[in-house]
Design a protein around this ligand. Structure first.
Ligand code: ZN
Ligand code: ZN
Length: 251
């Protein structure tokens, strides 16, 4: 269902739950059965369903960009284990679906700027040279011919340092990799006072989206999907997401 919002070129789309068949292309049967019995199952399957649809629509040009609101799915969910508030993979099923509908070798870049290491995402895309995964976390590592990268941030960073690291560590890699679409797992747990505090101000997040959007314009015709990730400060969420939508909707 699509609903027009106040901004002229923005629509709200209510997601459909992801199919179990698609989940089983990424997760083990045991994980799916176990998760199905939990209270967060509904939120997780709707979040993944939203991501599946967003990726398809942005890839084939029905939408220019998308922001996916995510609960209970995300970057700590691997093929057979999941933790940390994320119990199904958000990106795995969406990328599998996209490749099945179009081409097996679609190149996807995943940028993870949540405070924590995206262990689940890394496990899902392990060995997949067509997926660039750049994760801003604790320890710097470069694996699999530079397609699996972690950027250790150290403890003291603020807006300026963080942005510099994104410009140094993600943008050149994306330009070299030449993805056809960019997915951005955007946690705001990195905000001052949140549980993954990296000294970032609320104003930082829309600016980050502006920079990554510009990069997507240069590398993949602007195909860019943002998904919410960790963060418990409600005031920050209420401030940043309308601003992020404005950035995505601007030309
Ligand atoms: Zn986190
Ligand atoms: Zn990492």
């Amino acid at each position: 269902m699509e609903k027009q919002l106040a901004l002229p070129n923005v629509v709200l789309i209510e997601p459909k739950p992801v199919s179990e068949e698609l989940l089983l292309k990424v997760h083990t049967k045991e994980l799916v059965e176990r998760t199905k019995r939990q209270w967060y199952w509904r939120g997780a399957v709707l979040s993944v369903g939203g991501m599946v649809e967003a990726l398809e629509m942005v890839y084939d040009g029905r939408l220019r960009n998308a922001l996916v609101f995510d609960v209970a799915a995300g970057h700590h969910a691997g093929p057979s284990s999941a933790w940390g508030g994320t119990y199904l993979s958000l990106t795995g099923p969406a990328v599998v679906n996209l490749r099945e509908k179009h081409r097996r070798d679609i190149k996807v870049a995943i940028l993870d700027t949540d405070a924590h290491h995206g262990d689940g995402t890394r496990a899902v895309f392990r060995g997949d040279k067509n997926t660039l995964h750049v994760c801003f976390c604790y320890h710097s590592t470069v694996e699999e011919d530079g397609t699996k990268v972690c950027v250790g941030l150290g403890w003291a960073v603020g807006d300026q340092d963080y942005m510099e690291r994104v410009k140094q560590e993600f943008i050149p890699r994306a330009k070299e990799f030449k993805p056809e679409i960019v997915i951005h797992l955007l946690g705001h747990d990195t905000c001052i006072g949140d549980y993954g505090d990296r000294g970032l101000s609320p104003e930082f997040f829309p600016k980050l989206v502006e920079v990554v959007k510009q990069c997507a314009e240069e590398v993949c015709g602007g195909r860019y999907v943002v998904a919410s990730h960790g963060g418990y400060r409600r005031d920050v969420a209420e401030y940043i997401f309308p601003k992020i939508i404005e950035v995505l909707a601007s030309r």
